[in-house]
Each structure stands twice: as C-alpha cells, then as structure tokens.
Design a protein around this ligand. Structure first.
Ligand code: DQA
Length: 158
C-alpha cells in the first residue's frame, strides 16, 4: 500500500522600497493600511490554508537580491511588490530568474493608470501573473492565485 506525504506550500512575500511607509505614504494612492497590517492579513490567511508564509521588506536593492537568493531553496514561490525597482532593476529580475521559482508581481496601485515610466516592468514578462490596482487586496488575490496554481502542480498555462 502506498502512502503520500502532503507538503505545505511555502511562500515568500517581498516588499521593496518605501513600502515600509504604507499608512502615511500618499494615502490617496496607497490607502491607510500599514505594511504590518497587510502582512498580518496574509499570515492569517496562510495559517487558515496551512501555507507557510514569511514576509520581508527592504529599501535596498542588494538586500532584496540577498533575500531572494536565501529563499530560493526554502520556498515554492514568491510574491513581490518591488516598488520603484519594478521599473528599473535588472538585478531583481536576474535574482528572480536565478531561483527558477514561480513569482507573482503585485502592486497596490494600477501602475498602468499612472505615469508612463511606471507602465514598464522589468519583471512582468517573467511573472506567473501580475495583480495591480486593488490596494491591499492585490496581495491577497495574488497569494490566492499563486497558492492555487502551486497546489494544482501546474504552471497555470495548462
Ligand atoms: C507600487 C507602484 C510603484 O510604481 C511605486 O514605485 C511603488 C508602489 C505599488 O504598489 O503600487 O513604490 O509598487
């Protein structure tokens, strides 16, 4: 008789520069919720679903690269709001690709309805998906999508 081991999916949630200021930073654009509140909601949802979830934030590009590298053997997928580095960072793109892990790009605001320089993402074409424009809910929707696809054991394209 065979037996199967069910392994809990593990996700890293990574926040980039200035997202530590959520709550007071341009609340008309980003809302009044703090980063700690967003993380707490994601952790609560993950606990309910039996998902392993860790969250990290840095204002420094190299530190974000270090965190991605350190997570590569430890997690099954990455949720990333790279903030302004989304639009500029080849280093973050390379770090994500080096892990070969599926990742979802997240933004609170709808970057396509903002300044032209925010329309370009150096991550999006490599992402499993992109969720933007729903405020804090963007993270929740992105997490549900990523976890659902990982649990199905498919890349979402079939
Ligand atoms: C952001 C959008 C980026 O253009 C901006 O630089 C941010 C936040 C968002 O979540 O809407 O820092 O990633």
């Amino acid at each position: 008789m065979g037996c199967s081991i069910i392994k809990a999916v593990k996700i890293l949630v990574l926040h980039g520069p200035n997202l530590n200021l959520l709550g007071t930073r341009e609340p008309g654009l980003y809302g009044h919720g703090t980063l700690a509140e967003i993380d707490a909601q994601l952790v609560a949802w993950a606990e309910e679903r039996g998902i392993g979830l860790s969250c990290a934030q840095s204002n420094h590009e190299g530190a974000l690269v270090d965190t991605i590298q350190a997570a590569s053997q430890r997690v099954d997928g990455i949720l990333i709001n790279a903030g302004a580095y989304t639009h500029t960072s080849i280093a973050l793109r390379d770090a994500l690709l080096a892990t070969a892990l599926p990742f979802v790009e997240v933004h609170l605001s709808n970057i396509h309805a903002r300044e032209p320089f925010r329309h370009r993402s150096l991550l999006a074409d490599q992402a499993m998906g992109v969720v933007c424009g729903f405020g804090a809910l963007s993270y929740q929707l992105a997490l549900e999508g990523l976890v659902t696809v990982l649990e199905q054991g498919s890349d979402g394209n079939n």
